[in-house]
Every structure is written in C-alpha cells, then in structure tokens.
Design a binder for this molecule. Structure first.
Ligand code: 6PG
Length: 483
C-alpha cells in the first residue's frame, strides 16, 4: 500500500538510494510490517519499486529530501544505500541539514571504515547519530535476510536494533545482527568479512583448479565433488554456489559456463582495503593477501599471455588414486580455511585494540552464521571456541581446530607438494601452510634478520638469555654491548 505523504510523519524507517540493494532492503522492511519512506535521486526508481512491489507493505513515496525526512517518525532513521565515497558524503550532508539532534543516519554501503570514523565524529558534533552498518548477503540477502553489522553510538541501537534485527537472517532464533561497537567498527568488521570472503573464494578456486588440472575432472564432475563436500564440515554458502556455477551450461555453446568465462577476476576494493589495514596493524593476513594478489595476477592479461609456454619443470606424474587426492584437497581446503579465518579474527582483535572498540569475536561468529556470503557450518565452531575462551591467542589453538588441522596436516602437505611438483599454482593453500608452520615453529629465521639489522644499522637485538637490548660492535672488535 502506498501511503499519501500528507498523512504526516508515520514511517519507521526511510531508505534513500533505491538501486537493487536499497530497494530490496526497503521491501524487506515493508514485508516485516514497517512503514518505509522511499527516496531516490530520480523519482523513476521510487515509482518503479512502488508499482512492482507496492503490495508487499506500506511505502511512503517522497520526492524531495525535506519531504522524505518529514515522513519519518522521531527519532528519524534513514538508511543510505548509495555508492561509497563522495556520493555518500553528499547524501549525508543533505540529510543532516534537514534532520534534528537525536536522529539516526545509517550508511549501509561498503564504506571505508576510516571514512565512517570521520563521518561519525562530524555528525556527533551536530547531535546526530551516524551508524556505519556493514550489510552482507548480496541482493538475495538484502531481500530475505542479510547479516547486518551496525557500528556507531550504542544509544542509537536502542532505537535501531529492533528494526534491523527484524529484517536480518535468523539462525536458531538468533538474529544475524548485533551492535558491533563504536564509530567505524561495523564497517571495519564488514571489510574483514569481505577479506575472508576473498580468501575463501581463492581457496575454493585452487581446489577446483587442482581437481581439473591434476585429476582431469570436468566442470560437472567437480560440481559433484563440491556438492558432496557441502554435506560435511565444509558446508557453506560459497561451496554450495560453487557447485551451481560449475553445473551451469552456456546456452550459446553448450559448454560449461565456467569454461567460457574470461579467467580475469575483478574486485571492487574491500579485499585490498583489508590487506592495507592489516599491513598498518602489523597482522599477517597471508590468505587474504594471496587472494587479492591472485585476482590481480589473473587480471594481468598481457603479462600472462606473454608468459604462456615458459618452462614448467614438472617433476611428478599426476596422482593415480583420485579418491585419495580428492580427500586430500578437501582436507587442505578445510585447514587453509581455518587459517584464513584465524588471520581475519586476528585482524579484528588488532583493530579493536587499536581503536579501543572492545569487539567480541563470538558475537561476530554468531551473526556470520546466516545471511552473509561467508556463512558456513564451521562458524558455529568458531563461536563455541570464542565463547569458551574470548581471549584465544589464535583460532588455530582452539581444541576443535587444533584437532581438525592435526587430521588434515598430511593431506595438506601432500596437496601443496604435489601441486608444486606438477606446476599448478596454489598460492593460498601454500601460504596458509607456511603460515601454520611458521606459527608453530620454536625458532624462526627472524633471529638472523635481527643480526643483519644490527650489522648494517645498529638496530640492536634482544638475547634469549638476558633482559635488555644489545648491539655487537660489527665494525670494531665485535664485542657485544648492552644499550
Ligand atoms: C557481501 C559481499 C558484497 C559484494 C562484494 C563484492 O558481503 O554481500 O561481499 O559486499 O558482493 O563487495 O566484492 P568484489 O567485487 O570486490 O569481489
């Protein structure tokens, strides 16, 4: 039903920016019994939404920002679903000028969390609440239940939380939405979610490539393998849709669609942001970084074309026991996935400490169990691990994951070594295994790095057997001094 705007301020929520994500979220609110004020820069999109879906609930059609803001109950709640960057700033400014202290502006796009920190601070000075909310689940999730990661002032959650929780995905009766923490924390967490998504997709891609290149499986057969894996520990949205994509036939050629898609992966930027932030925080997110770089390499089409035919140096025959190697790949995928999540959660802990956000990893694992792109059965295990020990030094050390990796380790090594001997690229599998080996090592070559730094730059080192900092007089008599 479309409500005439002359009826006054009666909408519980307003949505501005009615491209697919925005209009699906608006419909989701309406389907849950909320009256939704609609606004879009061009009225045509608003009218199209009302014409096609007006029967799904109560919508208020508005044309100007003043009319839009005037249609909202107080405290006014407006969800912005426009492009990140300058367009978001422009809409915020227009809204802020028309709103009053206590009103809430929610940015549901994939904004850079440092922009969110800046916007929150500036709107706070004007008495407005600014909530940077990560929303995951794509178009389908937006309509039927996304995972929502709202940051911003805690007070705003009292007025906003119930609305967001009502449209979020639900798992075991728990909504996939919770207040994450202050200012930019919601968008930070969503950024890391996307980084993990990149790693997960890259690992799945490597598994697919191994099944094809080492075992000679075609897309249909690989789809069957993923479907089978989805029945076990690897059960997840991404594994499920992988099988669907692999099964899809191209209408034009009759070939598997995946075989006619150009093998150059694009990226909008959230994976890159995750890695940049991890570099600043000093957290090794090797799985995510490999995934971002793998997309970049795939997109270097000229370079790749020129390099085809370079020496392969293949040193092994293809595996003869297909069933065993398939199981090895499954185990390697699981173990590498644990590493990717462990690294992502490390980054979240580091961000939380850096910005004083007091983030709760168990809460994140809880709201990522449904609605979002990385939803997976094993998030229940991550939730359990952090419930048991909220200050777990690494997810890899939780008893469940420790055991899982112990079970997988031989397979993981066989997969990485076989791929290497066969000349099949496995950057994420290999770097995850190296990360694991480095983490568990008693001694690392970093001692030598420290010695070299002291040699050329007098940067000092610590000793294993004494407190303090030391320097060797490298260009003198090579005796050691304490500094
Ligand atoms: C989600 C997705 C969503 C979007 C990605 C795609 O959680 O719903 O992550 O945010 O699909 O931004 O990212 P790339 O274009 O960088 O792969």
């Amino acid at each position: 039903m479309t409500i005439d705007n002359t009826e006054g301020a009666r909408a519980q929520i307003g949505v501005t920016g009615l491209a697919v994500m925005g209009s699906n979220i608006a419909r989701n609110f309406a389907r849950h019994g909320h009256t939704v004020a609609l606004h879009n820069r061009s009225i045509a999109k608003t009218d199209a939404l009302i014409e096609e879906h007006g029967s799904e609930g109560d919508f208020v059609r508005t044309e100007t920002i003043e009319e839009f803001v005037g249609a909202l109950q107080k405290p006014r709640r407006v969800l912005i679903m426009v492009k990140a960057g300058a367009p978001t700033d422009a809409v915020i400014e227009e809204l802020a000028a028309a709103m009053e202290p206590g009103d809430i502006i929610i940015d549901g796009g994939n904004a850079l969390y440092t922009d969110t920190i800046r916007r929150e601070a500036s709107l706070r000075e004007r008495g407005l609440h600014f909530v940077g909310a990560g929303i995951s689940g794509g178009e389908e999730g937006a309509l039927n239940g996304p995972s929502i990661m709202p940051g911003g002032p805690k007070e705003s959650y009292a007025a906003l939380g119930p609305l967001l929780e009502s449209i979020a995905a639900q798992v075991d009766g728990t909504p996939c939405c919770t207040h994450i923490g202050p200012d930019g924390s919601g968008h930070f967490v969503k950024m890391v979610h996307n980084g993990i998504e990149y790693a997960d997709m890259q690992l799945i891609g490597e598994a697919y490539n191994l099944l094809g290149s080492a075992l000679g499986y075609d897309a249909g057969k690989i789809a069957d393998v993923f479907t089978e894996w989805n029945g076990g520990d690897l059960e997840s949205y991404l594994v499920e849709i992988t099988a669907e994509v692999l099964r899809q036939k191209d209408a034009k050629t009759g070939k598997p669609l995946v075989d006619v898609i150009v093998d150059a992966a694009e990226q909008k930027g959230t994976g890159r942001w995750t890695v940049k932030s991890a570099l600043d925080l000093g957290v090794p997110v090797t799985g995510i970084a490999e995934a971002v770089f793998a997309r970049a390499l795939s997109g270097s089409r000229e370079q790749r074309k020129a390099a085809v035919g370079l020496a392969s140096g293949v040193l092994a025959d293809k595996p003869t026991d297909a069933a065993q190697f398939t199981e090895d790949i499954r185990q390697a995928l699981y173990a590498s996935k644990v590493v990717a999540y462990a690294q992502g959660f490390d980054q979240i802990a580091a961000g939380s400490a850096e910005y004083d956000w007091d983030l709760h990893p168990a809460d994140l694992a809880t709201i990522w169990r449904g609605g979002c792109i990385i939803r997976a059965r094993f998030l229940n295990r991550i939730k359990d691990a952090y419930d048991e020990n909220p200050t777990l030094p690494s997810l890899i050390l939780a008893p469940y994951f420790r055991d899982a990796i112990e079970t997988a380790i031989d397979s993981w090594r066989r997969v990485v070594s076989t791929a290497t001997l066969l000349g099949i690229p496995v950057p994420a599998f290999a770097s995850s295994l190296s990360y694991y080996d480095a983490l568990r090592a008693e001694r690392l070559p970093a001692a030598l790095t420290q010695g070299q730094r002291d040699f050329f730059g007098a940067h000092t080192y610590e000793r294993v057997d004494a407190e303090g900092k030391f320097h060797t007089l490298w260009s003198g008599d090579r005796s050691e001094v304490q500094v």
